[in-house]
Design a protein around this ligand. Structure first.
Ligand SMILES: C[S@@+](CC[C@H](N)C(=O)[O-])C[C@H]1O[C@@H](n2cnc3c(N)ncnc32)[C@H](O)[C@@H]1O
Length: 209
């Protein structure tokens, strides 16, 4: 992330949006987590979303990961009071085994607050998320689509991959192609620029075929 995007994602308006719109929408679409849920957040930034996952979704434990060590430093300061309910790591979400030692089927839920659109091979990134979800586990996503990334504001201010980005429909179709169930549990806002939704890994992989 460049400086402009770092400032924007950590600004009070963005945090208010995450707290008062994104989290309630994700809760409405996907429901609460099971008791004692073990959760992964990819691209946690400064840890504001991690705190919402702990407080609003009542996750028992969150593993939170970011590529940028400066963000992990900020998240450590923010989340110090949660002790061993949080584990923070610097690393790349495209290889969660290397970054966290994450085995197949190890999380009840994975959260993506606006990070997959940063990853060049976004389909492989989704594949890695699917791999670490338990059967019945849920993927809560809040994403930025190709339409937003193509606007003058995004191109001038921020630094994102420009090739092969996704529409909301393409993102949802890819999740379903990889075996998750989304159905009608997704929404767009601002003319399809942003996408929120919840996908579930079936309890049995046969159910997705
Ligand atoms: C737009 S910010 C969102 C931060 C936070 N989730 C939020 O909503 O405030 C995207 C974050 O993803 C991180 N990131 C980008 N590519 C990543 C990757 N491959 N693995 C882990 N983190 C990544 C960036 O360092 C940045 O902190």
């Amino acid at each position: 992330m460049n400086r402009a995007e770092t400032a924007l994602v950590n600004s009070p308006p963005r945090r208010a949006l995450q707290r008062f719109y994104e989290v309630p929408t994700l809760l409405r679409l996907g429901g609460a987590l099971p008791p004692n849920a073990r959760v992964l957040e990819v691209g946690c930034g400064a840890g504001y979303g991690t705190e919402l996952i702990l407080r609003r979704f009542a996750a028992a434990r969150v593993d939170a990961l970011d590529l940028d060590p400066a963000m992990i430093g900020r998240a450590k300061r923010r989340l110090a009071g949660y002790a061993d309910r949080v584990r923070l790591a610097t690393g790349d979400m495209t290889d969660l085994r290397a970054a966290l030692g994450a085995e197949d089927g190890s999380f009840d839920a994975v959260f993506d607050f606006a990070i997959v659109h940063h990853v060049l091979d976004w389909r492989a990134a989704l594949g890695e998320i699917v791999r670490v979800l338990k059967p019945g586990g849920r993927f809560y996503f809040d994403e930025v689509t190709a339409a937003a990334l193509a606007t003058r504001g995004y191109r001038w201010l921020f630094d994102h991959p420009t090739e092969d980005r996704f529409t909301a429909q393409e993102f949802v179709a890819e999740l379903e192609r990889q075996g998750l169930q989304v159905g009608s549990r997704w929404r767009t806002r601002i003319r399809g620029h942003y996408l929120l939704g919840v996908a579930q890994r079936p309890y049995s992989d046969a159910a997705s075929r």
